[in-house]
Design a protein around this ligand. Sequence first.
Ligand code: ZN
Length: 174
Amino acid sequence: MSVKKIFTIPDPILKKKSLPIKNVDSSVKKLMDDMLETMYAAPGIGLAAVQVGVLKRVVVIDLSKKEEKTPPLFFVNPEIISTSEEQVSYEEGCLSIPNQFAEIKRPKRCHVKYLDYNGKKKDLKADGLLATCIQHEIDHLNGILFIDYLSKLKKDLILKKVIKQKKEIDRVIV
Ligand code: ZN
């Protein structure tokens, strides 16, 4: 396994649509392993392949808490079948938009079908944080970021802040 570079805004790759996986072979498993390691290192609770520069419909999620470990979830070609009318808002962040957060409203529950790590057909009814996380990651596969739900003013402000942060990181004084 290896930790990959995470692409951040305004990299144009983040606006691209990812392509479906034909079969879950060893290269796809290797991608999922690398994504999981990258996500843990960041650290984050969800990661889409496009965030490590791979335009494939693959997502990893791990909502484990310190006191309660749960197994990581792997989603290949995830598709939302239905969502609840009831909505909930969470303060969302994104590894591709470092240090920026905004409250985003989404359906509280979603029913998703996908292939798992072994290429087996699965479906899952998610609620609360997991449902939000799945919707956030599937958005990535369609080139959508959480800031796309904000007003242009708020979105531009976040973009400016991230660009400024990047410049500060790049600056080296020797
Ligand atoms: Zn994200």
